[in-house]
Design a protein around this ligand. Sequence first.
Ligand SMILES: [Zn+2]
Length: 357
Amino acid sequence: MKSFTPEQALQLQGSGARLIDVRSIEERRSGYAEGSTNLSIDEIAVDPSSLGEPNESALIFICQKDPRSKRAADIAENAGFKDVSYVVGGSEAWKSAGLPWTVEDTFFERYARHLSLSEVGVEGQRKLQGATIAMLGAGGLGSPIAYYLAAAGIGRLKIIDHDTIDRTNLQRQILHTDARVGELKVESARQTLLALNPDIEVEAINDKLTGENVDAFIGDADLVIDGADNFAARHLINDACHRLHKPWVYAALQQFDGHVSVFDLRDPDADLPCYRCLFPEAPDASFAPNCSEAGVLGVLPGLVGMIQATEAVKWILGIGEPLVGQLLQVDALRMNFRKLRLRKDPQCPQCGERSKR
Ligand SMILES: [Zn+2]
């Protein structure tokens, strides 16, 4: 098998050879040899015919250093390609030789429809890009939330979930695929989200949220979103957000109905309610069955999660009126949306006078 220096590869490219970068899309974000096309080693290994017809043109493979490009050349040779080679030293050598190097800045293209909104614009989009959102759950609510936050360009998404994908999840948990049943939800979420928007950072944490790790999880977040839909998690998040002065977006589901609110706990002395003002203690589990026990219309978490995502994007941009001090009730069967006022409870065990004594 032949190999070339980056300089030789550049020359051959000029005379019609195809330069194929076999790194992942994420790796290409930091730049790539000019004129190279992308086909990851995994894609080539699974389907060598993705390289096209044998002997249409010479193929030169390039990766980060060179082991993967060598392997790609091997696969191509076995698939009947005659003129194959790889670049010694890969993209690193190409770049340090000072050869033409492309770094794609997709910012203006990707967010064009945001940039033309005067309420967002470049400044707002940069705010989204600079934001960190901590999300609990990569399930029914987490799917639409994470999808739209990734699409909107939230720069850093932290997602915690300790579950694996079950086929019964797929009726609503659209981040995942049938082929990934049995795999970790956070890892599946990360793959899906980076495929949609490789310009963001997704921190996938395969763990259960507990009293021990909650502070570290939300400590550096600008906003927290609960997509777990259970009382224990909501109390955990509420109390930690109150302690660390964080805003959080709440939702709850039941069969055909949903609730959404935003608890702004940045100022503990503000006259604003927290979640415990509403539900001081978790009710008996038999009064609050979860989705797996009571069932849920599959599109409902989609509808409610997207309201949470909308509140999150508004919050980071600082536009509109957040659902602070209000409880939005969604009745999907009648398609009724109703807002109730929420008030701070002076007797609240978390934020009330009683808690300060
Ligand atoms: Zn309270």
